[in-house]
Ligand binder design. Structure first.
Ligand code: IPM
Ligand code: MG
Length: 362
């Protein structure tokens, strides 16, 4: 088994280092190889996703990814910006199924901006389609308008599109995930306005007939955005397109009060996956040793479970994380009065210690 390690930019290198220490503690036999990605790769090789990095990722069983991006690259032409690295990996590895769990840890109920009773026990799973929709749809670009409200004016356009197989496969992923949970799927669309999402809704409904044991409902994206803050616990599995999933998953993450806690997995049809924290590169705190490594550590756990077939090792990491939270250790992003503030490294140390102790005591 081989893991490609792509720390990226900003806090990426700090948090991935802790995840690797945690993986090393588990004494599993896999190979790890690192490469540059994002702004770091652009600086060194002139491209955010160099050929060698892509090759390493393609050949690995799993990719452990940190984060990419920095404001200083905002003026580069689009194809050279750090974000293109993650989009390129998604596209080239066919990582169409993005799992973004939003779990509210008992000890962090107070960190949410919502009332505790609304989010205590929250455990939802957003499944975002990741390689289609307006993100990748062609054509796109700039041109002179020939029609519309201002013919002759300069205009920009993107194309929202989904093919039947793209919708079918993500729907299957959602129904199958729901079978392992509470057997409920909410499909989020904008079928009242968009052709693409009426098509989406029709196909999800069809696929749903193959899963009579799973309850399916449909919700417009604007209403879903509202219901997520009104009564988030009513959701279980949410399946949606690339663009809506981008937005709703940030909203769902923030319900838990701590985007620094949330892992994610992006899988292809062969269960090869890319694992990354749901948060970004946070250039404002990079290099200070204060970033929360737990989302990346939990992403490593997802990697063990989904791509490396090591569910017990994944369980050990997840219970170690719960243990350090119960000990009252908090990085700055989740700190509250009465708890102990620690840095990135100390948090990693604590998780490693919790795993080691469990090994000794069985
Ligand atoms: C995410 C990010 C990316 C996206 C960016 C960095 C391209 O926001 O993973 O949610 O829009 O998908
Ligand atoms: Mg996003």
């Amino acid at each position: 088994m081989k893991i490609a390690v792509l720390p990226g930019d900003g806090i990426g290198t700090e948090i991935v280092a802790e995840a690797i220490r945690v993986l090393d503690t588990l004494d599993l036999s896999f190979e790890m190889e690192s490469a540059l990605v994002g702004g770091a790769a652009y600086e060194a090789h002139g491209h955010p996703l160099p050929e060698a990095t892509l090759k390493l990722a393609k050949e690995a069983d799993a990719v452990l990814f940190g984060a990419v991006g920095d404001w200083k690259y905002d003026k580069l032409e689009r194809s050279l910006r750090p974000e293109q690295a993650i989009l390129g990996l998604r596209k080239n590895l066919g990582l169409f199924a993005n799992f973004r769990p939003a779990i509210c840890y008992e000890q962090l109920v107070g960190a949410s901006s919502l009332k505790p009773e609304l989010i205590a026990g929250l455990d939802i799973l957003i499944i975002r389609e990741l390689t289609g929709d307006i993100y990748f749809g062609q054509p796109r670009g700039r041109r002179t308008a020939v029609d519309g409200h201002f013919p002759g004016a300069e205009e920009a356009f993107d194309t929202m599109r989904y093919s039947r197989p793209e919708v079918e496969r993500i729907a299957h992923v959602a129904f199958q995930a729901a079978r392992k949970r509470s057997k409920r799927v909410t499909s989020v669309d904008k079928a009242n306005v968009l052709e693409t999402f009426q098509f989406w809704k029709d196909i999800v409904t069809e696929v749903g007939k193959e899963y009579p044991d799973v309850e399916l409902d449909h919700m417009y994206v604007d209403n879903a955005a509202m219901q997520l803050v009104k009564a988030p616990k009513k959701f279980d599995v949410v399946v949606t397109g690339n663009m809506f999933g981008d937005i709703l998953s940030d909203e769902a993450a923030m319900l838990t009060g701590s985007i620094g806690m949330l892992p994610s997995a992006s899988l292809n049809a062969g269960n090869q996956g890319l694992y990354e924290p749901s948060h970004g590169s946070a250039p404002d705190i990079a290099g200070k040793g204060v970033a929360n490594p737990l989302a990346t550590i939990l992403s490593a756990a997802m990697m063990l479970r989904f791509s490396l077939n090591q569910p017990e090792a994944a369980d050990r990491i997840e219970s170690a994380v719960k243990h350090v939270l119960a000990q009252g250790l908090r990085t700055a992003d989740i700190w509250s009065a009465g708890t102990t503030k620690v840095g990135t490294r100390e948090m990693g140390d604590a998780v490693v210690a919790a795993i080691t102790k469990k090994t000794i005591t069985g």
